[in-house]
Design a protein around this ligand. Structure first.
Ligand SMILES: Cc1cc2nc3c(=O)[nH]c(=O)nc-3n(C[C@H](O)[C@H](O)[C@H](O)COP(=O)(O)OP(=O)(O)OC[C@H]3O[C@@H](n4cnc5c(N)ncnc54)[C@H](O)[C@@H]3O)c2cc1C
Length: 391
């Protein structure tokens, strides 16, 4: 019998396991395949460094800024202030780094262990049933944490939520490539599109980079991902940085992400919590979910520690997870970002084009735009009317 059984050893599940194991609890961390590279840009927010201190010891790119491009070729360059920097990593390396931190703290990681269902007794979920190469195995726990990503079958079996609709998702295709390029390795590059979506190039160092494109909302139906990905690779803006068309593809993949924000009504029940992508902890505008998923993993672990101490695993007790200030803050932030999407992509992204063209000419306006992207403030009426006038 474990104190906590966690399904999924991605960033959210591994962080949760680390915090709980460090506090002395017996943790089972179930993972279908530690050799699976999650399709991802691998862009890691500077805030993740305090949550994953091991990152500081690695020889990884120090990302100090972003270059944003509008669909009509305007540019906004922004540098982080102070000593802050983010990074970009290959997800295979990053996920295994986080798993190893959890193992070092004492969590038991079970690889090639696919969660298939809950074990239910007297209408209570008391464990997780899994398929492994040596047969079916069952893991019993006082608390169960669902962290197995956006396509989680367990999340659906909780009855807390239904399957995502296609228009509630972002759908992305990306690759890791290697070749001569003109990228400044201290910057990441994003490219807004005239539809709901954007492309990116994230330098990985040693001539390697992660390149990809996404659509979201109703434009998931209107655009073919492979077509727009190929168009993106041949876009003149991309050619500016990657003139070499013979770049070697090291890996490529495609995957969806939840783009609705935190599912506040579906985060917990008796004996269980949903974290990371499973709970919608992804920015609806940028698709960033690594550091926010890690935060949900940390907060759920802190609530679990209290729940284990008090021996209260009820839904009423676990509500503390949903109302935790850090979770509420992310919920608010994502709601704000969703409303920004409507504004940005009005008239085929015309507002985004105007935003970046005005920012190019006016440093004060640029500061407002940067604040808005960093979610410090919603666009003010004054700000919006400036763009409308130009329209
Ligand atoms: C194409 C793409 C690009 C992205 N780019 C970025 C980016 O640049 N920066 C950023 O911050 N975010 C990005 N994201 C979002 C980010 O990938 C996720 O938000 C983040 O990985 C969520 O972490 P998680 O631990 O909740 O879930 P996941 O990372 O999905 O981890 C889930 C884990 O559960 C395992 N698993 C799945 N099913 C089972 C099962 N049945 N049994 C056992 N184990 C199982 C999986 O193997 C995996 O290890 C991107 C997403 C996509 C799709």
């Amino acid at each position: 019998m474990y104190d906590v059984v966690i399904s999924g050893a991605g960033p959210s599940g591994s962080k949760c396991a680390e915090v709980l194991a460090k506090a002395g609890y017996k943790i089972a961390l179930l993972e279908k395949d530690i050799n699976w590279r999650k399709p991802c840009g691998g862009g890691i927010h500077h805030r993740a460094f305090s949550l994953v201190p091991k990152l500081r010891k690695l020889n990884i790119p120090k990302i100090k800024g972003i270059v944003m491009h509008s669909a009509d070729y305007h540019k906004l360059e922004y540098e982080l202030t102070g000593q802050k920097y983010g990074t970009v990593m290959d997800r295979l390396e990053f996920d295994n780094l986080m798993r190893n931190v959890a193992i070092d703290e004492g969590a038991d990681l079970f690889n090639r262990t696919l969660s298939t269902d809950f074990i239910v007794k007297n209408k209570k979920k008391i464990g997780i049933k899994t398929k492994t190469p040596s047969g079916i195995k069952e893991y019993y726990g006082k608390l169960l944490i669902v962290a197995d990503g956006m396509s989680s079958k367990l999340a659906l079996k909780t009855g807390l939520r239904s399957k995502w609709k296609t228009e509630e998702l972002g759908i992305a295709k990306c690759a890791i490539m290697k070749g001569d390029n003109q990228l400044d390795e201290e910057f990441i590059y994003t490219y807004f599109r005239p539809y709901k979506g954007y492309g990116w190039i994230f330098p990985l160092g040693n001539k390697k980079f992660n390149i990809g494109i996404t659509t979201f909302g109703e434009d998931n139906f209107n655009y073919n991902l492979i077509t727009i990905y190929n168009q993106f690779l041949n876009d003149p803006q991309i050619k500016e940085y990657i003139p070499d068309s013979n770049c070697k593809i090291i890996w490529s993949g495609a995957f969806p992400f939840p783009a609705q924000g935190v599912l506040e009504k579906s985060l917990y029940d008796d004996n269980l919590m949903l974290i990371g992508d499973t709970g919608g902890f992804v920015s609806p505008i940028s698709g960033e979910g690594i550091h926010t998923s890690i935060i949900s993993g940390k907060v759920s672990a802190e609530v679990a520690i209290n729940s284990l101490q008090e021996e209260d695993f009820s839904r009423v007790y676990l509500k503390r997870y949903k109302v935790h200030p850090e979770i509420k803050k992310m919920g608010r932030n994502f709601k704000m970002k969703r409303s920004m999407i409507r504004f940005f992509y009005e008239n085929n992204g015309e507002n985004l084009n105007k935003l970046l063209s005005l920012a190019e000419k006016d440093p004060e306006f640029k500061n407002h735009v940067v604040d808005m992207f960093l979610s410090k403030s919603l666009p003010s009426q004054d700000f919006i009317s400036k763009i409308k006038v130009v329209n």
